[in-house]
Design a protein around this ligand. Structure first.
Ligand code: ZN
Ligand code: ZN
Length: 140
């Protein structure tokens, strides 16, 4: 399937009208491991696909994130967007290359239980971002 078909199908699943702008923005982010800022999305779209206003890109990103199709990240103080899988996951964020790896929640379940036992702190199970160095960066 092309990224456009993936984008189209996902927009319909969450009940968003598949406008040309939303499809273009979502299709650009499908399959990327790094989150992109609105400016980066805008720059890539205008250089390759179409002329699209920055405000339109912002609006499309907001509606896609609100619908749960994109997860948001803080990239050097800027909001960045990533197309994530639909299965529940935690985020492993590499501070070297900015790659985000999706980690199945059960991998960290016992650690979270231990954390709670030691501190009484209960992390939100739906969103946990761990910053560190990915395997690729650690090996270079
Ligand atoms: Zn995610
Ligand atoms: Zn890395």
């Amino acid at each position: 399937m092309t990224t456009f078909l993936v984008a189209d199908a996902q927009l319909r699943v969450v009940g968003l009208t598949p406008t040309a702008q939303r499809r273009a923005v979502l299709a650009l982010l499908v399959g990327r491991s790094r989150p992109l800022t609105a400016q980066q999305v805008h720059a890539e779209l205008t250089s390759t696909v179409r002329h699209i206003g920055l405000t339109t890109v912002y609006r499309a990103l907001h509606s896609l994130a609100d619908a749960g199709l994109l997860h948001t990240f803080d990239l050097d103080g800027q909001r960045a967007y990533r197309h994530c899988g639909t299965a529940p996951h935690q985020h492993l964020i590499c501070t070297g290359c900015e790659t985000v790896t999706e980690c199945p929640p059960e991998v960290v379940t016992s650690w979270l239980t231990e954390l709670h036992q030691h501190t009484g702190f209960t992390p939100h199970p739906d969103r946990l971002d761990l910053r560190g160095i990915c395997a690729t960066c650690a090996n270079t």
